[in-house]
Design a protein around this ligand. Structure first.
Ligand code: IPE
Ligand code: IPE
Ligand code: MG
Length: 233
């Protein structure tokens, strides 16, 4: 890890709804503001030297929200992937997704495919967007793929270990060094459970639409002071 900069940062982008409600706006306005924050923030994060950024955009459990809110978010994702996030392509950032396809709409899946395709040869960093994502679901889905490969003789049950397990997750990314959650909630909410085994945690009361570049820099300064021991003395 160069200059104590985390290799892989994960952000649970929480608090969009409260940001809007506090200003007397509809929750959807908070999601729109959050998407603008992400566009700027992602570019900044890679500028600091971070190589992998995972963001929690929509959990499998978020389908429990009203149809109006889910529809708004899905339409916002389409706009983001088709137009807004083009700036990431210019910055040589590759975009990948983690999560289940079902029950995402076809037009959402097509927009996801378009940004993946457009950025696939980019090399400066990877933005992993977790959409219709669940951490327990990811472990279950990985286990199913492993069973298939064991049954097909592609891997031997006794060769399976925690490093190989990573290769069966939605994306083969390094472990998360730094996990950030905005909006004053102190929980993981089924985010990247397997990858967080030795993550440093950072919680801030700032609501995601207000989590700007300087808020990230403040978090990064705190990360640099952490004493990571990985079980050693
Ligand atoms: C995070 O903000 C975005 C998504 C979950 C899609 P919320 O929508 O959870 O905002 P709060 O937590 O209700 O304020
Ligand atoms: C987690 O936030 C999911 C995303 C940020 C996309 P939630 O707002 O859904 O989590 P809970 O319900 O507060 O645990
Ligand atoms: Mg929330």
């Amino acid at each position: 890890m160069e200059n104590n900069i985390p290799v892989h940062v994960a952000i649970c982008m929480d608090g969009n709804g409260r940001w809007a409600t506090r200003q007397g706006l509809k929750r959807s306005e908070g999601h729109k503001a959050g998407s603008k924050t992400l566009e700027k923030l992602a570019i900044h994060v890679f500028k600091t030297g971070v190589k992998y950024l995972s963001v929690y955009a929509f959990s499998t459990d978020n389908f429990k929200r009203t149809k109006e809110e889910v529809d708004y978010l899905m339409n916002l994702f389409i706009i983001m992937f088709k137009t807004k996030l083009k700036s990431l392509d210019k910055e040589n950032i590759k975009v990948v997704f983690s999560g289940r396809k079902d029950p995402l709409r076809k037009d959402v899946l097509a927009a996801m495919d378009s940004i993946v395709e457009r950025t696939k040869n980019n090399t400066r960093g990877i933005l992993n967007i977790c959409l219709n994502y669940g951490g327990q679901e990811e472990i279950v889905d990985a286990s199913k793929k492993i069973i298939e490969d064991v049954n097909a003789g592609i891997i031997n049950k006794n060769d399976l270990n925690k490093e190989i397990f990573y290769k069966y997750l939605y994306q083969d990314l390094p472990p998360i060094d730094f996990f950030i959650r905005t909006s004053g909630e102190y929980r993981v909410s089924n985010f990247m459970l397997y990858q967080m085994s030795y993550s440093e945690f950072y919680f801030t009361d700032t609501l995601f639409p207000d989590f700007n570049e300087s808020e990230f820099d403040k978090a990064l300064e705190e990360f640099k002071l952490r004493d990571r021991r990985f079980g050693k003395n």
